[in-house]
Ligand binder design. Sequence first.
Ligand code: UDP
Ligand code: MG
Length: 141
Amino acid sequence: MIERTLAILKPDCVRKNLIGEVTTRIEKAGFKILALKKVRLTKESAGGFYAVHKGRPFYDGLVEFMSSGPCVPIALEKENAVAEFRALIGATDPKDAAPGTIRKLYADNKGENIVHGSDSPDNGKIEINFFFSSKELIDAQ
Ligand code: UDP
Ligand code: MG
């Protein structure tokens, strides 16, 4: 099934000047980019995006981090995109991430882990709509 998923190159990725390198890995893995932009989340919007984690011990730190600098949301399309993107980025904690995955290669720790990936096709749609209007999503060729 062709699916859509949302990637976010997180503020640590942008600060480390890794936008190009990480995006290249995403493209080389066969993902088509439907839309991409640079944004600075407020605490309120970061908190809204991660509302599912509200109440968890890491929530406040996550909101602080995600609003600490610009990030780059990218709407992606591919066969089996959700699972394949999560395989490409690796486990949440880079210590547990498989060799060659984006988090293993570039992330410092479980919180500052370079990139977000949606966890289901339904959430992929919801998360893409959080950042992009339907007319900004340009069909993949
Ligand atoms: N996070 C954290 N500590 C934790 C778990 C998660 O700082 O113990 C942060 C981390 O940035 C992670 C995000 O919260 O990417 C969302 O957590 P989730 O469990 O959804 O991980 P993901 O889906 O990003 O792998
Ligand atoms: Mg998640």
